[in-house]
Ligand binder design. Structure first.
Ligand code: R5P
Length: 224
């Protein structure tokens, strides 16, 4: 928890007065939202934000962070978000919390995507973490078969007995591909399947990754 918090607080140092900010989702982004909230509350930081999930929007509102409608978003200055895995090229797996679609939409509308993780997420090659793929409920059994034909072990995500439903009303297929040797190719293959809305591979999107470790060290990686 400490490693996530220090990475988050380091990233929040990049948030400046007047900026338009994207707020990520998950247990690491939680610390960033809290730190931004504190700056708004205690130091009168003037920002406007959009959130990548219902959960993060609620948290932001509790902290009094001013939220802006998406209709008014042209380009965000920066988005701070977590990830499930980060490789040496700053490609990511995201979606462990099921928020990948909104996260990708917000990241694509941001000048900078700052990723905050603990050191367990920093990997040589993506793929240990099962890749979340968001699929529409209509004929999802067919979509699942198509995904399996790409060579993965697939589990539909559940919430107790029920299928997990995203903020967008879709399902998540968690797909184990083993080592992902060509993330960009896999990304495109997945998104070509009708029924797939998007997948958790974020290719060439992150500009900076901030990695916190349990002993209080903070490292960062930028795109070469
Ligand atoms: O859907 C969830 C997001 O992609 C999260 O940012 C990701 O799963 C990392 O979450 P956490 O910081 O809780 O490990």
């Amino acid at each position: 928890m400490e490693s996530k918090r220090i990475a988050a607080e380091k990233a929040v140092e990049l948030v400046k007065d007047g900026m338009k900010i994207g707020l990520g989702t998950g247990s690491t982004a939680y610390w960033a939202i809290q730190a931004i909230g504190r700056l708004v509350k205690e130091q009168g930081l003037g920002i406007q934000a959009v959130a990548t999930s219902v959960q993060s929007e609620q948290l932001a509102k509790e902290w009094g962070i001013p939220m802006m409608p998406f209709a008014e978003v042209d380009m965000l200055d920066l988005t701070i978000d977590g990830a499930d895995e980060v490789d040496a090229e700053l490609n990511l797996i995201k979606g462990g919390g099921g928020a990948l679609l909104r996260e990708k939409i917000v990241a694509a509308a941001s000048k900078q995507l700052i990723i905050i993780v603990d050191e367990s997420k920093d990997v040589q090659q993506l793929g240990k973490f099962p890749l979340p793929v968001e699929i529409v409920p209509f004929a999802y059994e067919l979509t699942v078969k198509k995904l399996q034909q790409l060579g993965c072990e697939l589990k539909l995500r559940h919430n107790g007995e029920e299928l997990f439903v995203t903020d967008n009303g879709n399902y998540i297929a968690d797909c184990e591909f083993g080592d992902i040797k060509d993330p960009a190719a896999l990304h495109d293959d997945l998104n070509r399947i009708p029924g797939v809305v998007d997948n958790g591979l974020f290719i060439d999107m992150a500009s900076l990754v901030i990695i916190g470790s349990a002993d209080g060290e903070i490292r960062s990686k930028t795109r070469q």
